[in-house]
Design a protein around this ligand. Structure first.
Ligand code: FAD
Length: 136
């Protein structure tokens, strides 16, 4: 009797909240064959505050390493492939304070490195081209 209850509860799950956490959990649970009901009070899924740190600011924090930036890029591309409607293309103005402890040129080098990495991801799989043309 107890095992039957466990089986029933494990094969049917309700997720409350369709932000990035709830929607992603629901997707992965359904990939496992579990029946999922996703309950969201707003009109759409993943429509809340920003969820992706790909914007230039994220990649310009000096305290994170270039390797961490690359991880961020891969995670952001994966996320954007799942939720393409969350991409918000807009111009970016970068202001670097004097107290930042480094030159703007160093950060520019990093952006070029990340751009190259994005090109490589697109070369690996055309579906990774979620952020526009790599040369842009
Ligand atoms: C202004 C702002 C800027 C941010 N910028 C960034 C950024 O640049 N990069 C970054 O990585 N993170 C950013 N964040 C943080 C990021 O948005 C959160 O970490 C992320 O959204 C959390 O995801 P979540 O799914 O846990 O929660 P949420 O996105 O808050 O999702 C929760 C969902 O549950 C729903 N819900 C709540 N109560 C109920 C209910 N009773 N019934 C049904 N549904 C319900 C809500 O409508 C919502 O859709 C920012 C946050 C804010 C506020």
């Amino acid at each position: 009797m107890q095992s039957k209850q466990l089986q029933t509860s494990a094969s049917s799950v309700a997720v409350i909240g369709g932000g990035i956490a709830g929607a992603t959990a629901a997707l992965h649970l359904s990939e496992l064959g579990i029946k999922v009901t996703l309950i969201e009070k707003k009109p759409g899924l993943v429509y809340g505050p920003p969820i992706c740190h790909l914007h230039a600011g994220g990649n310009l924090y000096r305290e994170i390493s270039t390797q961490q930036c690359l991880e961020l890029l891969k995670q952001s591309v994966d996320t954007a492939r799942l939720y393409p409607h969350t991409i918000n293309n807009r111009p970016t103005i970068i202001a670097v304070p004097y107290a930042d402890g480094g030159t703007p040129e160093e950060l520019y080098e990093r952006l070029l490195f990340i751009q190259k990495a994005y090109q490589e991801l697109v070369n690996e799989d055309e579906r990774n081209k979620v952020l526009g043309e790599p040369e842009h």
